[in-house]
Design a protein around this ligand. Structure first.
Ligand code: G3I
Length: 505
């Protein structure tokens, strides 16, 4: 069993000392062939993924991705108390053993998840007698850690103990044992595995807010009480709709604040829900990739953040489909093909701008064949080897060339739309968006300028609130008085990436 590279050493730039020559040989591979884990090592990070035994055993494509791209496997369910002791008096570790064998065969480490969690208390265990309950919990912790002491160097000791207000959430653990069960669990874990790194793991503690503040208070309180805690797992189940646009500078400041307490940070359960983003599939996947890019970049840039783990390999198997509804939250699609989010991880690990910011997604090619007009007559021509469309016979100022942008617009992202246009000097020029959706028909001004008479760039930022059902969304150039021709010779759209707070040191 290969141990994880010491993440502290990795972050200190001592990677070469930790990894064998095989790793360096892989790192020299050409980039398109490089696995994510090779790129992660260059960035000083380790990458993990959650796996479940039936999927690893039953889907070779999925297993191959898990083996190739990740340093560490997190058993998604196989080590949870309710799974191991689903029968009273008998520990069933077969599911975990299968994952451990897979990890050993692929030189991967294992992340222990999750020793103490209110949701995974065996159904047969009575809550009536606190002493019996506590003894069972202590036995579970002792047996699980001692069984796997040589295999597992990081444990989520306690999972999801905080409420949305940052205080301890009500739970049967609190009800039966009192809130100190948490401190007791860490003390027992340290006694059982003195070399292991002990983590507290929770959701909705990635971004600033009362729960994130509660996490900081918890870490400080544990440290002051000399209760051993080495790290925090920030689960990073992202849902771009209710959280709105995530506060990336705030997230980075929060990671820095945690790092200043001396704890290691793992982004322990990354997935990004996109199913209910208003917009089109292409746009949704770009919004997801944008979030993944920023998340991995933040971790790469904050020294205390050492590990990013995705909560599943491909969209074919995600807890979200079962627990919430059909979605596509991961890096590979149902056919195990890489999604934009996969390439965003590559870009983030390489520390270069996300390619979504430079790739033209307008759907308008150089020959402009998809450009139509809102009125007048559309004439296509090829001037000095560059295609051009001219709208002539305009009888209203709003007649002009238009493009269908519905295929790529999405909530949660801003796009930069630009075109090269020409009309008579002094005429107004404007990009307008016409949206026909559940909210009716709306016209939105994207940008405006005054014509110079020469070819000029008309560029604006698109950020739209679409309301289902979305019927049509067109962007068109308008403005010149009727009778003036309006010409266009290129259109492009890219994701508008902020001069990135998340990517600059
Ligand atoms: O294995 C049984 C199967 O035999 C049975 O037929 C089936 C019927 O419901 O259930 C199967 O077990 C389910 C298991 O997932 C495997 O699919 C459980 O009911 C179900 O509760 C369990 O859900 C897991 C959940 O944690 C609760 O433990 C999810 O897979 C897992 O992804 C999810 O992971 C959690 C992290 O541990 C903590 N953070 C949040 C994250 C998402 O909820």
């Amino acid at each position: 069993m290969r141990r994880w590279a010491s993440t502290a050493a990795v972050r200190l730039g001592l990677l070469g000392l930790c990894l064998g020559s095989g790793w360096r040989a892989q790192a020299a591979e050409s980039e398109p062939d490089s696995s994510l884990r090779v790129l992660a090592e260059r960035a000083g990070l380790t990458l993990g993924v959650a796996v479940d035994t039936p999927v690893l055993n039953g889907d070779p494509a999925h297993a191959a991705l898990a083996a190739r791209h990740f340093h560490v496997l997190t058993p998604e369910n196989a080590l949870k108390w309710g799974h191991v002791e689903w029968q009273q008096g008998r520990r069933d570790t077969r599911a975990f053993e299968a994952i451990a064998a897979f990890a050993a065969a692929n030189s991967q480490g294992l992340r222990g998840h999750a020793l103490v969690w209110d949701r995974e208390i065996p159904a047969w265990l009575s809550r009536d007698d606190p002493r019996v309950f506590d003894a069972a919990l202590a036995d579970h912790l002792q047996a699980t850690m001692s069984d796997h002491r040589d295999l597992i160097e990081v444990w989520d000791v306690v999972n999801e103990a905080l409420g949305p207000d940052g205080h301890r959430a009500p739970s049967s653990l609190v009800e039966v044992l009192g809130p100190s069960y948490l401190e007791t669990a860490f003390l027992r874990a340290r006694a059982e595995a003195p070399q292991a790194r002990l983590f507290y793991n929770d959701y909705a503690v990635l971004w600033p807010g009362p729960k994130a503040d509660g996490l900081v208070r918890l870490v400080k309180a544990l440290q002051q009480a000399h209760v051993p805690i080495d790290g925090v797992g920030l689960q990073s189940h992202l849902h771009l709709v209710p959280e709105g646009r995530l506060d990336w500078p705030g997230i980075r400041a929060h990671l820095r604040r945690l790092g200043a307490l001396g704890v290691e940070i793992h982004l322990s359960e990354v997935d990004v829900r996109v199913a209910d983003l208003a917009g089109a599939d292409q746009g949704r996947l770009l919004a997801q990739a944008d979030a993944v890019y920023r998340l991995v970049s933040v971790c790469r840039l904050e020294p205390a953040c050492t590990h990013v783990a995705f909560w599943g390999v491909s969209d074919r198997y995600s807890w979200i489909d079962t627990a919430i509804g059909p979605d596509d939250p991961l890096l590979w699609d149902e056919q195990a093909a890489p999604k934009p989010a996969y390439f965003a991880v590559q870009d983030a690990l390489l520390g270069r701008p996300w390619r979504g910011c430079t790739t033209n997604i307008s759907g308008v090619g150089p020959s402009l064949e998809t450009v139509t007009t809102t009125g007048g007559r559309l004439r296509r021509s090829l001037e000095s080897s560059q295609a051009e469309v001219v709208v002539t016979d305009r009888t209203a100022s709003w007649h002009g060339p238009q493009v269908d942008v519905r295929a790529w617009l999405s909530e949660g992202l801003t796009f930069r739309l630009s075109a090269e246009v020409q009309t008579a000097e002094g005429m107004p020029l404007q990009w307008t968006l016409r949206v026909v959706d559940g909210g009716g028909t709306r016209f939105l001004k994207v940008t405006e300028t005054v014509a110079t008479g020469a070819w000029q760039s008309l560029e604006g930022l698109l950020q739209v609130d679409l309301q289902p059902p979305v019927e049509t969304v067109h962007a068109y150039v308008e403005g010149p008085n009727a009778g003036h021709d309006l010409a266009l010779r290129s259109v492009s759209a890219t994701v508008a990436c902020a001069p990135s707070e998340a990517t600059s040191p």
